[in-house]
Design a protein around this ligand. Structure first.
Ligand code: ADP
Ligand code: ZN
Ligand code: ZN
Length: 749
């Protein structure tokens, strides 16, 4: 029997993320003639009697009764969906993996500036000479309408015989131009103006360098993958200064020549004019072919760059982690520079990892993925061991410079020197003095992350650590206890050092400002500049300071992690690390890895020019593997030793870890709720997933909110995400409680 409904059009509805409303999804029916609507389409619709725009995040099949109550979409903005099907797949995958609603991922893919579309493309009027009058006519024009004649002459001498109206005198020039247009001497065109974040800056063209043997072998190998369509991601491990960037540039040129698009991710902080110039300069024949996406751009710039990429005008996109969603057409190559860098992990929702999504995107879009670093993440090295990634190496510096000599100063003995200045040993002070005398530059690094509260003995270097997982424990004032944030173990605070019985055991910690004061007293004549998060939060402050430093108007640069990466200062011959231990006593399984990476990267800053460099590391734990391997520039040795430890305790990359955090202004409500949530999750979790009992977070209170957390560990991140998000949804808490789940967490505070 024929169904009565056979001839009825298929009922479909679009689930739309309406612009301007925070994460509000509404369903609309898809009227006839708008069948082209699909996931990722931009649409217009009626919302409370006014027109609004939105993005389709899903196509759903409504039941009929419901379908008739839906309002229809008004218009499909663009036949081609603004988010490609490939990117929608990436959004969907990421939403599930990181346990966030898909609209959060869609938001990442469409920058506000693009979504709101109030930044229409800017256009300007341009006059173009079409016909040059003969002398007689020109004389006539000259006597009757001298302005018109002047315009004709101006165009005649202009490049390409064209000039923007603004150059011809602005709007008063419009009337004479129209008159000339009528007589077909000129024509007036609308030309779109591209707001380039690089502004009027021009980039000197650079040409491919002749590669050394190592670089050449690496490039050949990358291109083999590219040409054969072998999709195994490549890890390029190359010591600092080995010329990885040149390999990236030549690989990118190859991809462009093959008609493919290129995506380049760089750490947030290294998106300096220096990096921009290297890429813009190489592809300078057409400066617009390189689009830059970064956080300091205006909405208008972002809009233009984004559309330039989407339309394929720009075929190379460069940006920090969020650029992993750039709508590059026909993507053929993804490069992730400094792939180990912590800034690839987003620390607020959605908490995705830019490198991991880059690898996934490459796989989905059949693009070659090239990850590069001097100190690869252990996750990536593990993937090499598993055969999931292929490793290529550059073991020599390209410019022939030697790796700097690194000395480790034992602060336990240095502190016995009477001239010791607390945070600075006499030996480091003398080394700085020598450089200042020679007119050379110094970088001093103060390792400081978050609000770590570890207990350390200044006499023997002992750090209070957990008996069960050997992680440093965190001191909690309210309970007067030490807590292990990895396994939940609680311990009493020792009165004296368990190792050497010194009674001096204390909370470590030094701020940049305090160190600055010490330095100013020690080197009253030196030009000293401090760089930390406070200073860098001012717009362009970091850039300006770095330019001053490069121009040698600063002698000593004192800063936190942010000065350690990707910077190239030939005048720097001494790098001092004031407190190498600080990072290691973080409650974090990657603490040693971060310290190793930091020391290795910062050492790479010394001696880049013709002068040999020296690195001095001050520490209370001189024999810690992270410090000893960094001293020898031994990345392989460190990885081997650290991976063995991680395996032993089941830390990443052997297991996935997640942090569940609950925040509320009310401490009792927060504590009660997390206990409740914990009980539900515990009941639902299979035994192979571990969860710690709830405890106050290492940062127990921030922004007026009390924070409690549980740490989870499992072979499968999916399992954690699925179960936790289900239980969180069931809990149905009110506005006064905020819950976040950080899958593959990089911060445990
Ligand atoms: P990395 O990114 O690996 O730290 P860079 O790309 O910054 O290294 O290169 C370090 C220096 O070596 C740069 O000044 C670069 O111009 C130079 N360089 C790179 N490749 C070559 C080459 N083949 N010949 C000469 N100099 C090179
Ligand atoms: Zn001690
Ligand atoms: Zn523990």
């Amino acid at each position: 029997m024929q169904s009565l409904f056979e001839d009825m059009p298929e009922l479909r509805a679009a689930r739309v993320l309406v612009d301007g409303l925070s994460d509000m999804l509404l369903d609309y029916s898809i009227p006839q003639g708008m069948e082209a609507v699909q996931r990722g389409s931009r649409v217009e619709l009626m919302m409370r009697n006014r027109m609004a725009t939105g993005t389709v995040v899903d196509i759903v099949e409504p039941d009929e009764a419901w379908a008739h109550r839906l309002r229809p979409l008004k218009r499909l903005v663009d036949e081609k969906p603004v988010i490609s099907p490939e990117l929608m797949n990436l959004a969907e995958w990421a939403a599930r993996y990181y346990a966030v609603p898909i609209e959060q991922m869609v938001r990442c893919m469409l920058p506000d500036a693009v979504r709101q579309e109030k930044h229409e493309e800017k256009t300007r009027k341009v006059a173009v000479l079409q016909d040059w009058p003969d002398d007689k006519t020109l004389n006539k024009i000259n006597s009757r309408a001298p302005r018109q004649a002047a315009i004709l002459r101006y165009l005649h001498h202009s490049e390409l015989n064209r000039a923007p109206l603004a150059d011809l005198g602005g709007s008063p020039a419009l009337a004479p131009c129209r008159a000339l247009e009528k007589r077909k001497f000129i024509r007036i065109e609308e030309e779109s103006v591209h707001r380039d974040p690089a502004g009027t800056e021009t980039f000197a063209a650079t040409y491919p360098l002749k590669l050394n043997d190592e670089q050449d072998a690496a490039l050949v190998s990358v291109l083999e993958s590219f040409d054969s369509g072998d999709l195994k991601p490549i890890l390029l491990q190359g010591v600092t200064g080995s010329g990885k960037t040149e390999v990236y540039l030549q690989a990118a040129a190859h991809a462009l020549a093959a008609g493919k698009g290129v995506l380049i991710l760089v750490p947030e902080i290294s998106l300096t004019p220096q990096t921009m110039a290297r890429f813009k300069g190489r592809f300078a024949q057409d400066a617009r072919s390189v689009a830059i996406l970064h956080s300091a751009m205006s909405d208008g710039e972002r809009f233009d760059e984004w559309h330039a990429i989407r339309r394929g005008v720009a075929r190379v996109a460069i940006g920090p982690r969020s650029a992993v969603f750039a709508p590059v057409n026909n993507l053929g190559l993804i490069i992730v520079d400094e792939e180990h860098d912590g800034s690839y992990k987003q620390e607020n929702a959605p908490r995705y990892h830019g490198r991991d999504l880059a690898v996934l995107r490459g796989h989905m879009e059949k693009a070659t993925v090239l990850l590069g670093s001097a100190t690869p993440a252990l996750e990536s090295l593990h993937n090499v061991h598993l055969g999931k990634y292929r490793m290529l190496r550059l073991d020599k510096r390209a410019d022939g410079a030697r790796l700097p000599l690194t000395r480790v100063l034992d602060m336990r003995t240095e502190a016995k020197d009477k001239r010791h200045l607390g945070i600075m040993s006499e030996r480091l002070r003398m080394a700085i003095d020598t450089r200042l005398d020679r007119g050379e530059q110094v970088i001093l690094l103060l390792n400081r992350r978050g609000f770590a509260r570890a207990l350390q003995c200044p006499d023997c270097g002992y750090v209070a650590s957990c008996e069960h997982c050997s992680m440093p424990m965190t001191y909690h004032l309210t309970e007067n206890r030490l807590l292990c944030h990895m396994c939940g173990y609680r311990a009493m605070v020792p009165k004296t050092c368990p190792e050497c019985h010194s009674s001096g055991i204390l909370l470590e910690g030094y701020g940049t400002q305090k160190v600055e004061a010490v330095l100013r007293r020690a080197f009253p004549k030196a030009r000293l500049q401090r760089v930390d998060a406070d200073v860098a939060s001012r717009k362009n402050a970091l850039r300006d300071i770095l330019n001053e430093f490069r121009a040698h108007r600063i002698d000593i640069l004192l800063g936190t992690q942010m000065i350690s990466k990707g910077l190239d200062f030939p005048g720097v011959t001494l790098v001092g690390v004031l407190n190498a231990d600080m990072g290691m006593s973080m409650p974090d399984p990657r603490a040693a890895e971060r310290t190793f990476q930091l020391l290795t990267q910062v050492a790479g800053r010394a001696g880049r020019g013709n002068l040999d460099g020296e690195v001095i590391i001050q520490t209370h734990v001189p024999h810690a593997p992270a410090i000893q391997f960094a001293r020898r520039h031994d990345t392989d040795g460190f990885a081997e030793s650290e991976l063995a430890l991680r395996a032993q305790f089941g830390f990443p990359p052997y297991k996935h870890m997640a942090v569940l955090t609950l925040r509320s202004e009310s401490e009792s409500l927060a504590e009660f709720s997390i206990q409740n949530l914990y009980k539900h999750i515990l009941k639902a979790l299979p035994v192979e997933v571990e969860i710690t009992e709830p405890m106050p977070a290492a940062i127990a209170k921030a922004y007026g909110q009390f924070r409690f957390q549980c740490t989870l560990k499992a072979d499968s991140a999916r399992l954690i995400a699925d179960i936790c998000s289900r239980e969180i949804a069931k809990l149905a808490v009110g506005e006064e409680i905020r819950i976040s789940l950080d899958i593959d967490a990089y911060s445990f505070m």
